[in-house]
Design a protein around this ligand. Structure first.
Ligand code: BEZ
Length: 211
């Protein structure tokens, strides 16, 4: 069955370009992103891995580790990383899982045979510090993902985890947040000392708590 939000991220041990990784041990107490690619030495994937390489520090600041996967082997991955660094002007520092037997790809239901024969589609899993799946996303092979959006979702998820706020449509870091319905009106002033405004009883805004 497909993995759903709130499910525990399945654990696995896999060979990567940075040695053998036990996923849960490697995550430790932090957050993680696991994202799949159809195949090595393909054009869209090359641009995606380069973009992610440039965002690794931003994810690190948020205590999020990044892990990529494709069903090719280690030697291919290593050669491809050289190409990615050369063509995307980056220095890729996160590990790539080599999954020629498709063990991890099947565990995470990343192979959709009616879309792509024998390759993974573009999946993203964001995993919280509690090892639970917080976001799933599935894109077709022909559409590169927007990793700035993944960073935005991580910011929103981490705000919710810490401050009982949600984020409105098209929210960007620094903008007002929504107080979640579970917070009682009488608790709002003490929980949100920066202030709040009530548009409707169910629509209450507060400045972003961690800014
Ligand atoms: C790509 O990354 O460019 C790609 C991979 C598989 C199928 C189509 C495109």
């Amino acid at each position: 069955m497909a993995l759903r939000l709130g499910d525990e991220a399945p654990n696995f041990t896999a060979e990567t370009t940075q040695g053998t990784i036990n996923f849960h041990e490697w995550l430790g107490d932090g957050w993680g992103i696991l994202f799949s690619h159809p195949k090595d030495f393909t054009p869209v994937c090359t641009t995606e891995l380069g973009a992610m390489a440039k965002l690794t520090e931003d994810f690190k600041k948020r205590n999020v580790k990044v892990l990529a996967i494709s069903v090719d082997g280690l030697e291919a991955h290593k050669g491809w990383i050289n190409d990615i660094n050369e063509t995307q002007n980056c220095s890729l520092s996160y590990p790539l899982i080599a999954d020629p037997e498709k063990k991890v790809a099947n565990l995470y239901d990343m192979i959709h045979p009616n879309a792509l024969d024998n390759m993974t589609v573009r999946s993203v899993f964001v995993i919280g510090a509690d090892k639970k799946i917080k976001l799933t996303l599935t894109y077709p092979a022909s559409t590169g993902r927007n990793f700035d959006e993944i960073l935005r979702v991580v910011d929103s998820l981490q705000l919710t985890a810490k401050y009982q706020v949600a984020t409105p449509v098209n929210w960007k870091d620094g903008e007002d947040c929504i107080i979640v319905p579970a917070v009682k009106d009488e608790d709002v002033p003490s929980k949100f000392p920066k202030g709040h405004r009530v548009v409707k009883p169910y629509l209450r805004f507060t400045p972003q708590p961690n800014k």
